[in-house]
Design a protein around this ligand. Structure first.
Ligand code: CA
Length: 356
């Protein structure tokens, strides 16, 4: 009897001291983001997550965010988080397609899901499961990190009336979409963000894609290229939070829960912030520059883009078993999700347009 009371007492002491320690433990983390720290809304989740975590832990757990201007390695984030120089990163999963093609599934793909469809796949389909599977080998945990919603197809100096108009066109368009455009004869180039406006203005390139009105307005593209095409290639670009797995495992359970909750909150917030920025920027652009023409690519061009996209997916699926599995999984989910999107959002908007 005496022994058992003693062991209960010791267990209680251990439990309470562990709890007290956990609640008061001071943890100082650093986060590296791909973007300059002022490039909102992309930089917003990284800037906000630390503030939220600190507020929820009484200042005990802090995360200092460094922008590209500090660490000078915009596309070195995955390696830095993997290596532990930074405990966290904020970037875009599709930047790592050279390391593993399956990272593209967690940003967006041409003709892929919309923001609401993709979040449903992440959280209530198999998206997060595949995310963990793909990132496991890097020793990092990956979490959704904010969505841009549908991105615009880009700014063009000349109207695109046929597939022939794309041949020889010089365009900045990265990722899988760049591969699609290259198949259609576009001369795809990659130019640093700081030189894009001048390149478009001086004719070094004929077209480019960036994000949408909220971010494009600051770049000034609308002043030099009058045709603004609607999107097809990045329907729901998701940013990512990366967390070094060993660092995460060392956190007290309370801090883990707080971090996960904070990441989800700031990721959702980026979508709202960008939506508002685009609504406001577009209202200003079309007033200040009434000659801007919003265009949708003609059906034969879209069909050629879709065919090229399917060919590229088939090529990767042939080379990579997991790519095929995720592709099939996403397509099956999207089929159901899209039927509901059409019935709900698409028809609601069409209906409300009838009585404008
Ligand atoms: Ca883009």
């Amino acid at each position: 009897m005496k022994k058992s009371i003693t062991s209960i007492f010791i267990a209680f002491l251990l439990f309470s001291s562990h709890s007290a320690f956990a609640a008061q433990k001071t943890v100082k983390w650093k986060l590296a983001m791909t973007w300059p720290s002022t490039l909102t809304p992309l930089a917003s989740p990284a800037n906000k997550v630390g503030k939220l975590v600190s507020a929820m832990t009484g200042g005990k757990f802090t995360i200092k965010a460094d922008g590209k201007e500090k660490h000078k390695a915009a596309l070195g984030i995955l390696d830095m988080v993997k290596g532990g120089q930074y405990q966290m990163g904020h970037s875009g999963s599709y930047y790592w397609k050279g390391k593993d093609i399956n990272t593209v599934w967690f940003t967006t793909v041409p003709f892929g899901m919309t923001q609401s469809e993709q979040y449903a796949w992440f959280y209530y389909g198999d998206g997060i499961k595949y995310m963990n599977q793909v990132y496991d080998k890097f020793g990092v945990l990956n979490f959704p990190g904010g969505n841009t919603g549908v991105q615009m197809g880009g700014w063009f100096k000349k109207e695109i009336n046929s597939v022939a108009d794309l041949k020889g066109l010089k365009m900045r368009i990265p990722g899988l979409a760049g591969e699609v455009m290259a198949k259609l004869g576009v001369n795809v180039t990659n130019i640093p963000a700081g030189e894009l406006y001048t390149s478009l203005d001086r004719g070094a390139i004929d077209a480019l894609e960036w994000v949408g009105p909220g971010m494009d307005i600051k770049m000034g593209f609308h002043k030099v290229a009058p045709f603004y095409y609607t999107g097809w290639h990045e329907p729901a670009s998701e940013m990512q939070f990366m967390v070094n797995k060993k660092a995460f495992d060392k956190l007290p359970k309370e801090y883990q829960a707080i971090l996960i909750t904070a990441m989800k909150a700031v990721a959702s917030d980026m979508y709202y912030e960008n939506f508002a920025a685009s609504a406001n920027a577009w209202a200003k652009m079309k007033t200040d520059f009434p000659k801007i023409k919003v265009k949708t690519f003609p059906a034969p061009v879209v069909q050629a883009m879709k065919k090229a996209t399917d060919d590229i997916f088939a090529k990767y699926a042939g080379e990579n078993k997991l790519f095929k599995e995720i592709y099939d999984n996403q397509q099956a989910f999207m089929k159901k999700a899209r039927a509901w999107s059409i019935m709900s959002q698409f028809h609601y908007i069409k209906t409300s347009e009838m009585v404008k």
